[in-house]
Design a protein around this ligand. Structure first.
Ligand SMILES: [Zn+2]
Length: 153
């Protein structure tokens, strides 16, 4: 049984406090021109915003492993149905957030939302910018959108 050693806050030189002693990772799932966003519960850090499933990375995990594990925990998807295509790193030096961008290969089926997740919804790429986004995801979104469009996904 692997030790979960990633939980904890980091005081970052950017002036913010971030979750994940070894950084954090999340999963951005897309299909044609839509991405899957998670409405985060009001009581979680930066809650009542739309973001992606993810969380603290453990020291023995890759960002991909962490993103898949957290996605399974938070939204209950069958992670064998997604294929990682590329990633984007938001590097704060003291802390880093890696977004794994993954394509869905089939029907994701029913989501099993946990208590941190109010809702899950597919958004058109053009709709995401005008949505109330989680601050970390909001910072990465313009570049993620460019990468999705550049690669013709
Ligand atoms: Zn920071």
């Amino acid at each position: 049984m692997a030790v979960r050693d990633g939980d904890g806050w980091v005081e970052c030189r950017c002036g913010d406090r971030h979750w994940g002693k070894h950084g954090a990772a999340g999963l951005l799932i897309f299909r044609s021109d839509e991405v899957l966003l998670q409405h985060r519960a009001p009581w979680v850090h930066n809650g009542d915003t739309w973001g992606i499933p993810g969380g603290a990375r453990d020291s023995h995990e890759s960002s991909l492993d962490a993103a898949l594990r957290e996605s399974f925990e938070e939204i209950g998807i069958d992670t064998s149905l997604v294929i990682a295509m590329f990633s984007h790193l938001d590097d704060h030096v003291d802390w880093r957030y890696e977004t794994i961008v993954a394509r869905v290969t089939g029907d994701l089926g029913d989501f099993q939302k946990n208590h941190e997740t109010l809702d899950l919804k597919w958004f058109k790429l053009s709709e995401v910018g005008s949505t109330q986004l989680h601050p970390s995801f909001s910072r990465s979104w313009p570049r993620l959108k460019e990468l999705l469009l550049e690669n013709n996904y």
